[in-house]
Design a protein around this ligand. Structure first.
Ligand SMILES: [Zn+2]
Length: 294
């Protein structure tokens, strides 16, 4: 792994693996380049095994220490990746272990590219893949700006769900590799929430229709509706769906979901949970009436 040092207009490159016990101070932080290289290598091989070839770590990942610890350019605040030039990780902003996490984030973009998914994925999915990897390396960040905000929100929800989070990294990684956009990621959250919480969505869908396209269409609509929901609101939305009579028509349930979105937009300060209950109320099965007859 290469480390570029730049100071007073001079530039030098060192091979991190050969840096011995050397300590580098950049800004407020101290780094041991040889130790960092070892940590990055260990995580990368735990995550991707032999799929991560030696040329990736040797030639496609570069650490930089710039004048005064401040990086240049709007994108290089901590790390950057481009399919053409690979990954750059700046020292100075984060401590050593977090910087290792940033390196794994950028390497995940590289691995996503090599799997062929990077070019076809939207910004949320690209960042979600990388946030999964940095989390695995112990770095958990929150973000204000998009697409990072939505990506980190969905990845932290997935990680919270034991049926997803307890799987080996390779399994979780491969599941994300099959997706290309934010809605598909929200659908994955709903799928694992249904599994973890035994909400009964899968069972209900089978009674709703035999037509797989119709099931998929409803799941996508649920995913888009719940894209920015908390796990609690997702639970409530799915809970309401499975309380509908499975005889409900596809158009009717699509209409209910549209009205949830419309009311939420019109009354952004109202309690969304109440809006959901309100929209589904006319379609809920009347369990009590059956009990009364019995
Ligand atoms: Zn990224």
């Amino acid at each position: 792994m290469q480390l570029l040092l730049r100071a007073n207009g001079q530039q030098a490159a060192i091979i991190m693996e050969n840096a011995g016990d050397q300590v580098l101070v950049v800004g407020e932080h101290r780094y041991k380049p040889a130790q960092m290289a070892r940590k990055v290598r260990r995580y990368a091989s735990q995550m991707w095994g032999s799929e991560i070839g030696p040329e990736i770590l040797g030639e496609r990942l570069t650490f930089e220490a710039l004048d005064g610890g401040r990086s240049s350019g709007p994108w290089s605040d901590s790390g950057s990746f481009s399919p053409r030039s690979g990954s750059f990780v700046s020292l100075g902003r984060w401590d050593e272990d977090s910087t290792v996490g940033i390196a794994l984030h950028e390497l995940a973009h590289e691995m996503h590219l090599r799997r062929g998914g990077y070019d076809h994925s939207d910004g949320v999915l690209r960042e979600a893949v990388s946030l999964l990897a940095e989390r695995e390396a112990g770095l958990v960040r929150t973000f204000e700006r998009e697409p990072y905000h939505t990506a980190s929100h969905l990845i932290s929800q997935l990680s919270e769900l034991p049926t997803f989070g307890n799987q080996p990294f390779g399994k979780r990684w491969n599941e994300l590799m099959d997706l290309t956009n934010d809605a598909a990621l929200a659908d994955l959250v709903n799928f694992y929430l249904d599994k973890s919480g035994r909400l009964g969505l899968e069972r209900w869908l089978k009674r709703f229709t035999d037509n797989l396209d119709l099931r998929d269409a409803l799941l996508s609509k649920l995913a888009v509706t719940s894209l920015r929901y908390s796990l609690e609101l997702r639970r409530q939305l799915i809970g309401n769906v499975v309380r509908c009579d499975p005889q409900i028509s596809p158009d009717q349930i699509a209409h209910v979901l549209d009205s949830v979105v419309a009311l939420d937009r019109r009354y952004p300060n109202d309690d969304l949970g109440q809006i959901i209950d309100f929209c589904f109320a006319p379609h809920a099965r009347q369990k009590r009436r059956f009990l009364a007859l019995g």
